[in-house]
Design a protein around this ligand. Structure first.
Ligand code: IVH
Length: 710
């Protein structure tokens, strides 16, 4: 028996037989570790243990090259890619909701609507109020009454085609009578508490995976590749909204819900019309009081403006409607012990302290990590030096109160000084990067300490890569955070550009891996195809993917819509100087871009290493110009419009949003690039500048005439 002992033998001392046995043992271990990490989401080896096994394997292969297995773990990277569902582009995007956490947020929501619409302070607005179901959203498309497609939300723009699965859900009608010719019904798929408990019992008895909560069970059941499995899962569906529609369902939200009900959908019986915040909050309290006895999970109450013509005027921000808000139930709390503080390094070099906790159940989910935000938060003060938690600091060994709000990462609310161990010492925040050893510094005004290592810091490099492949960025199927980490660790990719040369460099090696857990020929080919597909990338996604500090998804959209093409954007950013000049002024004129973000973008294009990495990447891509919305027939599509002076029929915010919806660009300042100035009473220097430059200037009525909305 050599196989039990080979693990302790130094590589130089291994006989050939021992080496063969040891390579077999390592292959088994690494295969199991890969499966646990990628497929089961339940690793039992630490990264360091995994790395050391992998290094030992490579070293033995180095000494005995002829013993290298054909399925050697050294060649193996990443995880199998499940053969997924086909993709569906939503005709009308599936958005999420802004959140309200207390009564003040609710009256602020009501005020913001009045303000946006320019309604008097004493005008009462009607809202529907209904439970927020904790499941997953689904869009059902009916054409001439027949269910033709069901799609998950996905990233809101593109979801997964789960039609066969949706057809197995009892609450979902296959045919509708007297429905609009095109009707997309949207709602939530969920599982009741009783059904969830029974399913888990059945799963456990069969030795199958049990689900952590009804939401996960519903999601796991709907996203089965085999619809027959879904059929045996007790899923339900509440309809609460709609997407594409050939004829209106009603004039009000409540009317539309009643119409959906009469078409045969289940709608939530706790949906009410409320007149203003007082009634909304009262209904919220009623729903909250019934929460435990409803028989299904809800996590708040959704308010929607009842009048659909007002909904239309209010429209959408980039990812949420202005006319709705989710009033969340308070987060659940639990006490546990803080066992340690780890520092994670993010893509912009931020050192983020993470609390390692003795595992504790909070709201049905086991929590063992929580964010500690930054060094001030640990020390018990806010960004301005004012005390938080009455100045109590947080120390390793302390009892801390943990909470979860929605899906976000758990947080720490408080610390119990009475239970503090006598030997607990104040936490000393590191001043060097724990990943690369570079200095970690805090710039004045920045709450966060950052590693100065840039791309030489492996943590920053890998986080940048993870961001690059994330859902709102390149979203490469089969190349998620875990795979990127592994590819990086194995030296296969160091910067985003390397992703696009993977096939040239490793295509052959990957195909040798077929018949193995991990990558097979098929999954490798799928990955290469997914990468190929993303060489064509919309400008906004590329800008977001670059991971420039302060440039989130909506800023990336703004920049893409403003500059339209990569060439124009790149040229402007190359020529710009922070704080002065025409390009700088143009950038600042973009509504929504402030000087901090502008400086960050310009700097990114001018830092040598970062710029080189961008150029190398873009050489592999065909960047698609900003999508011109279908504004055919719009008289202002592509025009740059400036609003100045006071408007009387709508607020500035509404005017801007309407203009943008019609394909116009709205700028804050008049320049030679302006096509049209809309001047209300009191217009001053901007109107004058427009006259000087010979730019067409019209009043508000003429503007409304022009856009066909007088
Ligand atoms: S309305 C355009 N109503 O909450 C707004 N959403 O946080 C469409 N949800 O993605 C959503 N119950 O999955 C709406 N009664 C309800 C809801 C609800 C649950 C989910 C939905 C949405 C998420 C947003």
């Amino acid at each position: 028996m050599i196989s039990d002992t080979t693990q302790d033998i130094e590589i130089d001392a291994l006989s050939e037989a021992q080496a063969r046995a040891e390579l077999d043992r390592l292959a088994d271990l690494l295969q199991k570790a890969n499966r646990e990490y990628h497929t089961e989401d339940a690793p039992t080896l630490s990264d360091a243990e995994y790395d050391s096994l992998k290094r030992r394997n490579i070293a033995i292969e180095g000494r005995f090259p002829h013993l290298k297995r054909t399925d050697s773990p050294s060649d193996q990277v990443g995880a199998p890619v499940a053969d997924g569902f086909s993709k569906v582009r939503h005709e009308v995007a599936m958005l999420s909701l802004a959140n309200a956490f207390d009564d003040t947020d609710v009256s602020d929501f009501d005020d913001s609507i009045r303000k946006y619409l320019g309604l008097p302070a004493d005008q009462v607005i009607d809202y529907t109020a209904e439970p927020k179901i904790d499941g997953l959203s689904l869009s059902l498309r009916y054409e001439n009454g027949a269910l033709v497609q069901a799609a998950t939300r996905g990233d809101g723009e593109v979801g997964e085609n789960v039609t066969a699965n949706a057809r197995t859900i009892q609450d979902i009608p296959h045919h509708l009578t007297d429905a609009p010719a095109v009707l997309e019904v949207r709602g939530e798929v969920y599982m009741s508490h009783d059904d969830f408990a029974a399913l888990n019992e059945k799963q456990a008895a069969a030795g199958q995976k049990v689900f952590a909560n009804p939401r996960n069970a519903a999601a796991g059941s709907l996203r089965q590749l085999d619809a027959e499995i879904t059929r045996n899962r007790p899923l339900r569906f509440f309809a609460y909204a709609w997407g594409a529609l050939s004829d209106p369902l009603a004039d009000t939200q409540m009317g539309a819900i009643e119409r959906l009900q009469s078409l045969g959908f289940s709608t939530n019986p706790l949906t009410r019309v409320c007149q203003g915040p007082t009634e909304m909050i009262a209904h919220y309290s009623q729903i909250e009081a019934q929460r435990a006895t409803l028989g299904y999970d809800i996590d708040g109450v959704v308010y929607k403006v009842n009048d659909l013509s007002l909904q239309r005027r209010l429209g959408f921000r980039s990812t949420t409607p202005r006319w709705a808000v989710a009033h969340k139930f308070p987060a659940e709390l639990a006490w546990t012990r803080l066992e340690g503080i780890d520092i994670q390094v993010g893509r912009t070099g931020a050192l983020s302290p993470v609390a390692r906790l003795a595992p504790v159940t909070v709201g049905g989910v086991v929590v063992s990590n929580a964010t500690l935000h930054n060094e001030d938060y640990i020390a018990g003060r806010d960004a301005n030096g004012a005390p938080i938690r009455d100045g109590r600091d947080i120390r390793v060994g302390d009892w801390v109160e943990v909470y979860r709000a929605g899906d976000v990462i758990p947080k720490i609310k408080d610390v119990d000084l009475k239970r503090r161990p006598a030997d607990a010492t104040p936490y000393v925040f590191p001043t060097a990067c724990p990943e690369c050893g570079s200095d970690a510094v805090r710039e004045p005004g920045d709450a966060v300490r950052r590693c100065t290592g840039g791309l030489i810091c492996p943590a920053q490099a890998v986080e940048k890569l993870k961001h690059f492949v994330s859902r709102a960025a390149f979203d490469i199927e089969g190349l998620g955070a875990k795979q990127v980490e592994q590819f990086y660790r194995d030296g296969w990719i160091a910067t985003p550009a390397d992703i696009f040369t993977l096939q040239d460099r490793y295509g052959q090696g990957m195909q040798q891996l077929k018949n193995r857990e991990g990558w097979g020929e098929k999954s490798a080919n799928n990955l290469f195809q997914a990468i190929e597909d993303k060489r064509k990338i919309p400008l906004s996604r590329l800008i977001f993917a670059l991971g420039i500090r302060h440039v989130g998804e909506s800023a990336a959209n703004l920049l893409a819509n403003t500059y339209s093409t990569w060439d124009a954007f790149e040229t402007a950013m190359t020529q710009a100087t922070v704080g002065e000049g025409e390009e700088w002024e143009d950038l600042l004129a973009v509504d929504g871009v402030g000087s901090v973000m502008a400086a960050s973008v310009v700097t990114a294009f001018q830092q040598e290493a970062e710029r080189a990495s961008i150029d190398k990447l873009v050489a592999h891509l065909q960047v698609q110009p900003a999508e011109v919305r279908d504004t055919s027939g719009s008289p202002v599509a592509g025009k740059t419009v400036v609003f100045t002076g006071s408007l009387e029929k709508m607020t500035r915010a509404e005017a801007k949003a309407r203009a943008e919806a019609l394909g116009a660009k709205v700028s804050g300042s008049v320049s030679s690039k302006t096509d049209l100035v809309v001047a209300g009473p009191g217009a001053g220097s901007k109107a004058k500048k427009a006259t000087d430059l010979g730019i067409e200037t019209i009043d508000e009525d003429a503007w409304l005439d022009l856009i066909g909305d007088a």
